[in-house]
Every structure is written in C-alpha cells, then in structure tokens.
Design a binder for this molecule. Sequence first.
Ligand SMILES: Nc1ncnc2c1ncn2[C@@H]1O[C@H](COP(=O)(O)OP(=O)(O)OP(=O)(O)O)[C@@H](O)[C@H]1O
Ligand SMILES: O=C(O)C1=C[C@@H](O)[C@@H](O)[C@H](O)C1
Ligand SMILES: [Mg+2]
Length: 173
Amino acid sequence: MRLYLIGMPGAGKTTLGRALAVAYEVPFVDLDEEIVRHEGRTVVDIFQNEGEAYFREREAAVLRLVLKRYPRLVLATGGGTPCFHNSLDLLLETGLTLYLAVSTTELLRRVMRAAATRPLLAPARDEAALLLRLDETLRARQEFYERAPLRCSPPACTLPAVRELIDRFRTTA
Ligand SMILES: Nc1ncnc2c1ncn2[C@@H]1O[C@H](COP(=O)(O)OP(=O)(O)OP(=O)(O)O)[C@@H](O)[C@H]1O
Ligand SMILES: O=C(O)C1=C[C@@H](O)[C@@H](O)[C@H](O)C1
Ligand SMILES: [Mg+2]
C-alpha cells in the first residue's frame, strides 16, 4: 500500500491519513511534520524567514526522501505539495492518490480556529477575506487535485467509506 492524500488545508488529510495507516497496517507520514523535523523549525517560521519558494523546494526534496525511505506508507501531503516541482506526476507514478474534495465553506469552518498556523491563509483579516482566499487557492489548484484517480467528499470521507473506495479500486485496477 502506497497511498497519498491530497487536498486543501483543513481537508482532513492528516486526520484520515492516520486512520487509514492504522487500518492498512503501514507507516503514516505527514509531509509537513517531516519538513519541520528536517528543518528544525515550524512551517510558519520557514515561510516567514525564507519565503514560499524556499519552502516549496524543501517540500519537494523531503517528499522525494520520504518516498525513497518508505516502500509502504500512507502519506498526508501538504496542501500545496502536488502543485509545485512536478510533484503530482511523481505521486501519480509511484502510488495511489486520493483527493479529499471539501467545499470552501466547510474548509472555512474547519480552519477558522487555526488560521494563524497556516501561513498562506494567515493574511486574511476576517471570515469573508479567508473565504475569498480559500476560493482563489482552490480555483488555482483544482486542475492538479482533480487528476487524482480517487476522490471523496464529505460525508463520504469517513474511514469505512474511503476503505471501500480504495479496496474497490484496487480489485478492479
Ligand atoms: N471528516 C471530517 N469532518 C469534520 N472535521 C474534520 C474532518 N476531518 C478533519 N476534520 C477537522 O478539520 C481540521 C483539519 O483537519 P486536518 O488537520 O486533518 O486537515 P489537513 O488536510 O491535514 O490540513 P493541513 O493541510 O492544514 O495539514 C481539524 O480540526 C480536524 O479535526
Ligand atoms: O496549502 C498550502 O500551500 C500549505 C499547506 C500546509 O499543509 C503547509 O504545507 C503549508 O502551510 C502550505
Ligand atoms: Mg495536515
């Protein structure tokens, strides 16, 4: 099992990824956590001190290290991972990719509490600005996310529903 979860910030990649890794008895890796471990500083620190381009380079490099190190895994990617440095092609070629497609209004509800820890969303001043930012970001990323062979949307992003989706895909593919 090499399963990659992609989608917007707050889509549930980390939460569902952990549960899927337990279910399939494979290691779970969260790419943001791996980047933090490699860099010895938080994602917010990296964005603030080095800028986004540096973060995207480190993200792409750590992704490649993780994929080499783990023959089997469930990987929760960062929200932007598939959209830079040809990383989506790498994901599509080396494992099964699942897009967690969540509406921006639902994303807004989920990320409101933690917007400050999400550097791309932090500049938004209020709820309306945050929704606009989410809409713009999703519009720019949709063409990447939608190339995933598997996709789920709430309320069908539960562990049992997603397991069924994956297992059906693997028996017919
Ligand atoms: N299926 C779900 N239904 C409702 N809330 C959820 C669901 N999955 C996750 N959440 C909540 O949404 C928030 C974001 O979830 P999570 O951190 O798993 O998303 P993520 O895709 O990993 O985000 P990021 O890109 O920021 O790492 C958390 O507060 C989590 O508890
Ligand atoms: O959507 C994004 O571009 C990001 C999402 C997070 O997972 C982090 O990788 C970082 O905050 C950037
Ligand atoms: Mg996460």
